[in-house]
Design a protein around this ligand. Structure first.
Ligand SMILES: [Zn+2]
Length: 405
């Protein structure tokens, strides 16, 4: 892998610095595109520092179109790219605007290789690789505008994507209502021509509805905000007719990628974020969620579980996105039945204090839940107090209790 170390050469803010984290806090890899047709780590750094007034470039890595990779930050740096999830995510940006451009092999393969290496380095799994749009709060953002299911499938397979099929010249002038992969003819050619005119680069205008055309149709559908299925039916035809190619261009690295006041609820959450993906996420954590939201308990995060999670989110006035992220986890924790209330000061004593109230605090702080108020719990309380800007004494009094719950 060709990695250029740019950690010390990119523009940085004169005074602001990103905070740092322990490597063990990295739980997700976030995939972005730059939403610019060209660009470089240098250009993004200038934009993020000079225009957005950020401490430095948003990304840990930038993957260029030729497959070369720029290292921009240590993994410990908590840069801005996925809002409140910044603390748990490491950001990779592929140069390009994949709403209209195709992610070509060199860049795609370099990104896959880099991600595989990072998964190994940080002991993460393919399920932890999320597109920007898949993070809580970002369902509106067309980033990275590639199919993350396919990207994850390629990561699992551990090999490169196949090249496009060979070109054969067909000539079957037909006029079908629905066109999909495998179809050939002048009606396909007309769709390719239209996609090409709109800047979606479907590859050769050859009248063959092959993988490149599917890819272009999907990118178009994503841009047009209609169902993304790679099939040209009535809705897609209408959208192709009406599409305004000079539509809004959302500049990447927007101020929304800075954390907000809810970051406190995100930081310190060590559990996986769960969502519907293919193949589905499995585990004890999924079963725990299912039990709490009243879904069938099989430990597999499928559509039924997602529905129940969304109902739960709606009832609790949370963002209804079907993702179990830190805020939904906290809300689920509060379901735990008989909630202990504040009864006594908790501090390290001899003998050590024990009880349900201690467990309650430990659960909220994501430390080992043994019900004994020892040095580890005290340390976590101090960290929490520091983050919350309240008096740092390692003692849970009424104020700290109220902040925790
Ligand atoms: Zn992004």
């Amino acid at each position: 892998m060709n990695i250029n170390d740019k950690r010390n050469s990119l523009v940085r803010h004169p005074s602001k610095r990103y905070r740092r984290r322990a490597i063990s806090e990295i739980r997700n890899i976030a995939i972005h595109h730059s939403a610019t047709t060209s660009g470089s780590a240098e250009a993004f750094a200038r934009y993020h520092v000079n225009s957005l007034d950020w401490p430095g470039i948003a990304y840990h890595y930038v993957v260029n179109k030729d497959g070369s990779i720029d290292l921009c930050h240590d993994p410990e740096v908590v840069s801005y790219h996925v809002g409140n999830s910044n603390g748990r995510a490491l950001g990779i940006c592929m140069v390009g605007d994949f709403r209209t451009q195709t992610l070509e092999r060199a860049q795609r393969n370099a990104t896959l290789k880099l991600v595989r290496k990072l998964l190994n380095d940080f002991n993460l799994s393919v399920e932890d690789v999320w597109g920007h749009i898949e993070f809580p709060g970002y369902a509106w953002k067309p980033c990275p505008s590639i199919s993350m299911e396919q990207f994850r499938a390629s990561l699992r397979e551990g090999r490169a994507i196949p090249t496009s099929s060979p070109i054969v010249i067909p000539s079957q002038p037909t006029n079908r209502t629905i066109l999909s992969q495998g179809d050939r003819g002048d009606d396909v050619r007309a769709i390719q021509q239209r996609l090409n005119n709109l800047g979606f680069e479907p590859g050769p205008i050859d009248g063959i509805f092959g993988p490149l055309t599917v890819d272009a149709v999907q990118r178009f559908q994503r841009s047009a905000r209609i169902v993304v299925d790679g099939v040209v039916g009535p809705e897609t035809r209408r959208a192709l007719d009406n599409f305004n190619a000079s539509g809004e261009q959302i500049e990447h690295g927007a101020p929304s990628d800075e954390p907000d006041a809810r970051e406190e609820q995100f930081s310190g959450e060590t559990r996986r974020m769960l969502r519907l993906m293919q193949p589905m996420m499995r585990g004890q954590d999924v079963a725990e969620v299912q039990e709490k939201v009243g879904a069938l308990i099989d430990g597999i995060y499928g559509p039924g579980t997602e529905n129940r999670v969304m109902e739960f989110q709606r009832r609790n006035n949370l963002a209804v996105d079907g993702i179990v992220g830190p805020i939904t986890w906290r809300a689920l924790d509060r379901l735990a039945g008989n909630q202990p209330t504040y009864e006594r000061l908790l501090s390290v004593q001899s003998p050590m204090l024990r009880g349900e109230d201690v467990k309650h605090v430990q659960r909220a702080l994501n430390v080992q839940v043994d019900g004994i108020y020892g040095p580890n719990t005290e340390r976590a309380v101090r960290d929490f107090q520091r983050r919350s800007g309240i008096r740092i004494d390692g003692i849970v009094g009424q104020q700290t209790w109220n902040r925790l719950f």
